[in-house]
Ligand binder design. Structure first.
Ligand code: PMP
Length: 320
């Protein structure tokens, strides 16, 4: 934990002096989680309604998926499913892979990532920069094709790999049950009334949703999905036309909102220009969906989550 410096004032000069406890240098992995909650209430048309968003690009790997990647790796270490010398392999559209790559580098594991060949160049370059090896799957088969290829590679050499299988791994949603959910409760003083999030592996929605429902069953959970299988919002899945993640429990969803990719892109551009928030397109989708919820309430505290930053989407040219 970072200790605050104590400020003292003398002759109009403010001095920063050492706190009573000595500063302890932290590891990069300890910086995962505890992200800021930003106030976006100025976007809401209704005066009695507040809108907040978790700034997940503050994680060291730049996305919400650092949380799940760390938890899956550390749970596997503790249960002996991951041992020194093994290679971590998984299918990922990018962000979980960047998380594995960063954590693998920090802990000394090799990392192999199976990604559809059309994933943005920045995502692949980032994972490679941390030393991960990229295996490209058929772009026409999307994230499901990457999952199938990862399974084939692991089946061919079972002992050599640790395959977290983020779509079917309970540690994925538990990361959010134990960190993101409690952070939202703490940062809103438990005033949150609605949680709105997109579905990818569904780990974020399941983990935060379960924690909030346990705290108060009245909290409404709103799930966002691309409106149909042709709408591409990186990181999100159209569940009706995809392999449904094993960790997904549809009974937790109070309401499902379809999002058009064009609306997500427009909101993403607006957030950069009007709020100084350079975020990814699933974050634009999240704010667009959260505003649809917020603008129909008389009072409430709506919380959403901005899964990653916008820098790794610049090559798509959609910000111009
Ligand atoms: N947005 C982005 C940019 C992502 O990479 C992901 C992960 N696929 C998500 C949203 C969805 O998060 P989750 O996997 O926890 O459902």
């Amino acid at each position: 934990m970072t200790l605050p410096l104590v400020l003292t004032r003398s002759e109009n000069i403010v001095w920063a002096v050492a706190p009573e406890q000595p500063y302890r240098p932290a590891s990069i992995l300890e910086q995962i989680g505890n992200t800021p909650l930003l106030d976006l209430s100025f976007l809401v048309d209704r005066p009695g309604v507040e809108l907040y968003a978790k700034a997940e690009w503050f994680n060291p790997g730049g996305s919400v998926k650092d949380r799940a990647a760390l938890r899956m790796i550390e749970d596997a270490e503790q249960t002996g499913r991951l041992t020194p010398g093994q290679t971590i392999i998984d299918a990922t559209s990018g962000n979980t892979g960047i998380g594995y790559a960063l954590i693998g580098a920090a802990k000394g594991y090799a990392v192999h990532l199976v990604m559809p060949a059309n994933v943005t160049v920045e995502r692949k370059a980032l994972a490679r920069a941390y030393g991960a090896q990229i295996i490209e799957s058929d772009p026409l088969e999307g994230s499901d094709g990457a999952i199938r290829l990862a399974r084939e590679i692991v089946a061919a050499q079972p002992g050599g790999y640790f395959y977290p299988d983020q779509y079917n791994n309970d540690s994925n949603w538990r990361a959010h049950y134990d960190t993101t959910g409690p952070e939202i409760l703490c940062q809103t003083n438990s005033r949150v009334t609605h949680f709105v999030a997109g579905l990818g592996t569904t780990g974020t929605f399941m983990g935060v949703g379960r924690r909030l429902k346990e705290t108060s069953p009245a909290i409404q959970l709103v799930a966002l999905q691309p409106a149909d299988e042709l709408q591409v919002i990186e990181g999100l899945k159209h569940l009706e036309s995809s392999l449904v993640p094993g960790i997904f429990d549809p009974s937790l969803v109070d309401r499902s909102l379809p999002i058009e990719a064009g609306d997500a892109w427009e909101m993403t551009r607006r957030l950069a220009r009007e709020a100084g928030l350079l975020v990814g397109f699933s974050a634009g989708a999240a704010v667009h969906g959260a505003l649809q919820v917020a603008n129909r309430l008389d009072s409430g505290v709506v919380v959403t989550l901005l899964p990653d930053g916008g820098a790794k989407y610049l090559s798509l040219g959609l910000f111009e």
